[in-house]
Design a protein around this ligand. Sequence first.
Ligand SMILES: *[C@@H]1O[C@H](CO)[C@@H](O)[C@H](O)[C@H]1NC(C)=O
Ligand SMILES: *[C@@H]1O[C@H](CO)[C@@H](O)[C@H](O)[C@H]1NC(C)=O
Ligand SMILES: *[C@@H]1O[C@H](CO)[C@@H](O)[C@H](O)[C@H]1NC(C)=O
Ligand SMILES: *[C@@H]1O[C@H](CO)[C@@H](O)[C@H](O)[C@H]1NC(C)=O
Ligand SMILES: *[C@@H]1O[C@H](CO)[C@@H](O)[C@H](O)[C@H]1NC(C)=O
Ligand SMILES: *[C@@H]1O[C@H](CO)[C@@H](O)[C@H](O)[C@H]1NC(C)=O
Length: 810
Amino acid sequence: HLSAMCQNLGDLHVTGPLKDMNFSIPEGGAVRFIYQFTSEPPAVSFRATGEKDGIIDIVPRTGILFLNGSLDWETKAVHRLQVESLDEKGNTVKGPYTVTIYVEDINDNPPEFDQIMYTGVVRQNSRPGKPFMYIHATDRDDPTTPHAQLTYSILHHFPNPYKEMLFQIDNVTGAISPSKMGSYYLDPQKQDTFTLVVTVKDMAGMTANAFTSSADVIITVKESLWKAPPTIRIQENSTQVYPVNISQVCPWPQALHLSLVPQKKQSRLPFSIDQSGVIYVTEPLDREKKDTYAFFVVTKDNTGELVDKPLHIHIIVEDINDNPPVCQQAVTVIEVQENEGAGSNIGTLIATDMDEENTLNSRLRFKIESQVPPVPASNLFFIQQDTGILQLTSRSLNKRIASNYSLKVLVSDGVFQTICDVQVHVIDINDQIPIFEKSDYHNVTVAESLPVGTVILEIQATDGDEPGTGSSYIIYQMKEGDPNNTFIIVTDSETNRGFVKTNKALDFEATPVYNLVISATNPEPLVLGVQYNSSSLTLFKVFVTNVDEPPVFHKTVYKGEVFEDIPVNTLVMTVEAYDPEGDTVRYSLKGDVRKWLRIDSATGQIYTASTLDREQEEMYTVEVVASELTQKSKATFILHLSDVNDNPPLLAMDYPPFFCHPLSGGERAFIQADDADEQLWYSTFTFSLADDVNTRNNWEITKANATHAYLSPKHVNFEEKVYNVPVIINDNGKPPLERKVNLEVNICKCSSEKSCFIEVQREHSWPSTGQAIGILLGVLLIIGKSLFLGLYEKKQKREDLMVVYHDYIS
Ligand SMILES: *[C@@H]1O[C@H](CO)[C@@H](O)[C@H](O)[C@H]1NC(C)=O
Ligand SMILES: *[C@@H]1O[C@H](CO)[C@@H](O)[C@H](O)[C@H]1NC(C)=O
Ligand SMILES: *[C@@H]1O[C@H](CO)[C@@H](O)[C@H](O)[C@H]1NC(C)=O
Ligand SMILES: *[C@@H]1O[C@H](CO)[C@@H](O)[C@H](O)[C@H]1NC(C)=O
Ligand SMILES: *[C@@H]1O[C@H](CO)[C@@H](O)[C@H](O)[C@H]1NC(C)=O
Ligand SMILES: *[C@@H]1O[C@H](CO)[C@@H](O)[C@H](O)[C@H]1NC(C)=O
């Protein structure tokens, strides 16, 4: 061993006199020469002491300092030795000198996680980038070198339901946080546990030779604590000391500001919130004024940004019985005829209560407290406890004893009591009938166009009973001749004069003449033995004159549906109108801008006049006109065209595809097809190349999705020119239609931005009149439209991604 080592010595010229020396030696390795000290007489040998650690020594005779074993930086980074030279007798000649050996680290230790497995908990809707746990690894190599520079990453993400990971890791600190996607989509209802496989690499992850270790991270997703409490119920008019704690939300730790925002701007809220999330009601509520409240709790951080979505709080104000009954009228006046018998209903006392309807809080009970005067008895009246209906108890009333009674009725809701006043007026018996001044008002002639509500006649009857009572007030009614209530009669309560008015539009064609019989009656019943006779009736005729009216369609809108490929002269609809005067109606069309239809002017039958096309207009709307001699009217006809696959597919790209010259292999370009026909759900096109050898040898087409395919060159030996690639697109419809398109593919020089440069005025090339600058802009435009995704790096913003993923999820 050593002799071999000594032979090398001559070549290396690493010898010299004894002095203080430093050496830097990489760790590892085996037996190895370090240095040879030359001896100066009288020294004949050398001796080394100190931190030899069994692996460093000196050959006494030759002065060769050597390693007999491997240095290990991790065990000892510096070895300090003392070397001296000795004479024959073993006495020190020179020295001792300090020889220091610095061990150089090599990357010989993989990083190690401090745990085999980590667990963490994250809340739904946590802020993106906010760490909820840390992982940590160590590396025994020299921390001042890249050998111990660690970088963390996520290797696997189980499950990984979205296109982007829900978690992210800080590559330096090992902090794990939700990504933007995670903040949005984490939901324990959908997935409550995730397993991440995280890796740590040394060499700052910069080289493929870095050591890598991995560990599992189990993450549990918990429901967000930030959620609205269930509907809060607060009793109104409470006597507690305000503010009163009514609910609580759990604020986010980083939320610095909680506030309440009313649902409707500017409405004042009798609620407040403190920064620990407790919600208070600040004053007594009044259900009778407002029975529900809705508002939001908003959480913001110190920059004023929303920390999470606002919570919607609902409050229901519960009723207590805090409102007394109220009499509907200050005095309820009731008229009773002298002859009304025992048990008769004479009227109803109406009272209300503002407390919640259909609860005991608003249940009212009635009781008569007093009757003045109490003659001839003190209990002439009875009130039904739960309805307020007043009845006579037994005998009839007598105007000569008392014409007028005052009742005090106690109305009670269980807590509150109110007294309502009732006056009972005893009135004369109704023994006179109304007598008309005339038994026949003859007739009136009116045009059928007379406005509704016009007074056409005034009538008068008189009644001899006590004025101002129900015995003398007159109600006029149409007794005969007006089954449809075409007329009404209103009575002037002072004079009992009646006004006959039209109540509905008149129609000469339906009813040209009315033979009316009008009756006059009293609201109070007549006494026994007296009856209405013919003096309470009168006659009246109304003649309606004709006004020429326009024809009337049976419908205002006619709708039809046909396939777009029906033959010319197909009947698609029959419309019908009649003329109220019975004149002949002729039909015509208006607004038939496409000249697709014609109408039979006599029968109203509508036929197609030329071929239809759904791709031009799916809902074709025309007006149908019905005319008679002087009048006309209109209806609408809407023809809905159903799709037939009658359009072959076509390319839907603004610019031709291109490839940068020279080709490097692996390029592909997106091509897109479209079809004017209805795409029922998602059309599926088939793309293929024309069957010629040249094309098939040069190009390849592969399906990307329903509407897109990739075109790729099969080799790289293309010239810089425009190639014609015949592509066949089939729409797979019923019947299937296909189109052969000559796709002009540019193989061209590209700028550094990978946009294609096409020379001006190249014959037969795509942009026949375009200029190079135009092409360049065009290409950039296409990038914006993402039509050529295959060639360009996607530069989408995160917002776009969120939108896309939204769609993906829904
Ligand atoms: C080297 O070390 C081995 C054992 O560790 C020992 O047997 C051997 O003698 C040593 N050689 C020299 C030259 O010191
Ligand atoms: C670590 O992350 C930073 C940004 O977060 C990035 O710039 C850097 O390249 C990453 N380092 C490695 C080794 O991935
Ligand atoms: C609250 O209740 C008391 C009696 O309980 C009542 O007098 C008062 O009017 C009530 N206030 C409101 C606002 O309803
Ligand atoms: C009923 O009596 C009251 C007082 O007793 C009186 O003010 C009122 O005018 C009377 N009404 C009638 C219709 O007699
Ligand atoms: C009443 O209405 C019906 C149906 O609308 C109609 O047939 C009848 O002619 C009308 N009668 C009169 C008198 O207007
Ligand atoms: C109808 O009755 C009243 C009395 O109630 C009487 O004066 C009148 O003559 C009667 N009319 C006819 C037509 O009988």
